[in-house]
Write a protein that binds this ligand. Sequence first.
Ligand code: ATP
Ligand code: MG
Ligand code: MG
Length: 554
Amino acid sequence: EEVKSLNFIEHIIEEDLKTGYGSDQLRFRFPPEPNGYLHIGHASSICLNFGLGLKYNAPVNLRFDDTNPAKEEKEYVEAIKKDVAWLGYEWDTECYASDYFQQLYNWAVELIKQGKAYVDSQTSEQIASQKGTPTEPGKPSPYRDRSAEENLKLFEGMKNGEFKEGEHVLRAKINMASSNMLMRDPVMYRILHKAHHRTNTDWCIYPMYDWTHGESDYIEQVSHSLCTLEFLPHRELYDWFLDQLVSTDKLRPKQREFARRNLSHTVVSKRKLLQLVTSGVVAGWDDPRMPTISGLRRRGYTPESIKNFADTIGIAKRENVVDVSLLEFHVREHLNKIAPRVMAVLNPLKLVITNYEEGKEEWLDAENNPEDESAGFRKVPFSRELYIEQEDFREDANRKFFRLKLGGEVRLKNGYIIQANSCTKDSEGNVIEVQCTYDPKSKSGSGTEESLRKVKGTLHWVSIPHAMTAEVRLYDRLFTDPTPDGHKDKDFMDFVNPDSLEKITGYLEPSLKEAQVGDQFQFQRMGYFNVDKDSTKEKMVFNRTVTLRDTWAK
Ligand code: ATP
Ligand code: MG
Ligand code: MG
């Protein structure tokens, strides 16, 4: 097996193991806020945290960072659990920051008693106006020196619902002159008269992220709390809060940061993805064009392909945009190994084999997957009238056209060598039928000299009387620009590709009638496809996951 070098997070962990941490003290967490569905950026974080869990045989918690009842919902909690499990990871404990509300409240009371937190009764605008600038210190609030008694009374009143939203906040009393703006008396609690999806109306004050996150890590005894780079300046505050409370006999969590992963031609932000859903640009969070895990699953991506992608890009210290073609490469690579091959014609042209008996049918042997011997064979029907792709025929073409042309020969996959003799056109000059003859001795796999004869092209086809029709959904990129949210003067919605979905009728070999929702196939020469959840027995629906080759490559 290939030896992988350690990434910088693993170096930190190895160092910690050498200098005091017991290997049984390692613990990680993946901490989504349940305010949307997980996307491909989250997959990086999931693979990082759960990957470390596997590597160090350490537990990984799934922690819902559910401190904002205004945006969070149970639907999102369920979707997140489904997605993490689908990726193949098992969490140790399912945790909720909301389970710590009472503990956090008690600790906040302690801070007030120690003179390290106070109730500020200014508006949020007033507070913001006193923050100062990175080079100029902030102005202290006129309420900064309230007595502990008064603060305790007001804070309890806040908790008991005696005040309206915005009337008071609880702030940590740190340093209004700190060079780190986040240390200038950050807000710890705000009043929100909103029901929470788990605590219902038990609380009307809700803790802020910075106050909650490190303390939650401490409660769960997470050793390494890994987050994205925008939290780097928050680390000082994370540490300050822990300094006030941590007892020395317990493990002290560490926050460490890695770069966000962005994917080209899409947006990876729940807020923006929600906008695509609510504006109707896509049909839902799991629309196959979405970079959500549920969208990728519905599109036909496998957990392996997503994990291999995350593994390949690894983690970094600097933000960058990863080209979506790398993600496509990984799904192509995995589906090549596992997807059965079938024949389907998406843009049909009728072909008549004039020397093949009318009404006759044959069931030919077709190999299911040349990459997997155990996949075996199936039967495909052959008859006098077939469909091939329009693109596979030209009346007249140069020597480099290895498909069918008048006077030329090709092999029909799993079948015979045919020669095109003439064609029929409609009044506009479009070819609507090609007349061919076949060589009866050239049947694939029959072992005859003719069957071994090499011809340049091999085409896929379906027998017209046996074909089943299905709706086939072809996808293009959801955005026309590689970085839709990277423009100062334009909104990402301005770059939505109006042609990202095309629905066509495909003609499929009849074995596909048995396919179930989610089943994956290679439509030979056309790409990888799966059965969409909109599929019914009467009308099957297939999604194209990806084409066979990177058609966008420069
Ligand atoms: P969004 O902006 O999409 O809401 P978020 O960071 O607010 O992202 P969280 O639910 O808080 O979403 O994320 C859970 C974890 O996943 C966090 O540790 C976060 O840092 C990480 N994460 C989110 N987006 C990415 C990304 N694009 N690349 C890597 N990690 C990410
Ligand atoms: Mg977040
Ligand atoms: Mg967010």
